[in-house]
Unconditional design. Structure first.
Length: 205
């Protein structure tokens, strides 16, 4: 009896048409929002926060918190999948498109990859095309509230179409690179790109 009740609830949820086709293979839905951090949560004072784009650019560019908040921002409603197998649908964020940030720099034609680096030393690698065309943004609000420190506040990268480890919390900057330099999890055996629809979980997948 208990079992029937549980399975009816389970299939009832799965049948909701707006969820069909939105859960990548091997993932399950969550309503809560787990915290996954490899180390302690850094606390960054807003008057000391900066976001910098450097490396293979003609001139490095850097924004203070006040300058960053003046950039045009957008609302994003996106589904997020973590390699630990949870998927959360319709997460609402406010942030600045990476396209907007790249408009402020001239990229060296050799630039092909980005190392996203964070306060607290986390890094993750991304091919530039995965950051373009409004696919990625620097978020400072979630559900209309300031992003909490545990979830990456004051600001984090969000790349919804890749596993969530690519969405660097406490983002500090982008370094443009000619060659791909593996980041924190990628160095520990996770996939260099991490597309949840292809189940690119580990290197070799
Ligand atoms: N700076 C930093 N960013 C990070 C991480 C981290 O440990 N440090 N963990 C990554 C991983 S593995 C995941 S799944 C998500 C978790 O974000 P959340 O804690 O907001 O759910 O952040 C990613 N970004
Ligand atoms: Mo993760």
């Amino acid at each position: 009896m208990g079992e029937r009740f549980v399975s009816r609830g389970f299939f009832g949820r799965r049948r909701q048409p707006e969820q069909a086709g939105r859960i990548p293979p091997g993932q399950y839905l969550v309503d809560d929002w787990p915290v996954l951090s490899a180390g302690p949560t850094p606390r960054i004072r807003l008057d000391q926060w900066r976001f910098t784009i450097e490396g293979l650019v003609r001139q490095p560019v850097s924004w203070s918190w006040d300058e960053f908040l003046k950039l045009p921002s957008k609302t994003y409603l996106v589904d997020i999948s973590c390699v630990t197998k949870w998927t959360k649908l319709d997460m609402k964020w406010q942030g600045v498109s990476v396209d907007t940030l790249f408009q402020a720099v001239s990229l060296d034609p050799r630039a092909a990859f980005v190392t996203a680096y964070s306060y607290g030393d986390y890094t993750t690698n991304l091919p530039i095309p995965d950051l373009l065309n409004d696919q990625a943004f620097i978020a400072y609000q979630q559900d209309e509230k300031p992003l909490t420190p545990e979830h990456g506040g004051p600001a984090r990268l969000v790349v919804p179409h890749l596993y969530f480890w690519k969405s660097a919390k406490w983002i500090q900057g982008f370094r443009l690179e000619e060659r791909e330099r593996l980041g924190f999890w990628e160095n520990l055996g996770y996939h260099r790109r991490g597309d949840p629809w292809k189940e690119e979980r580990y290197s070799g997948d």
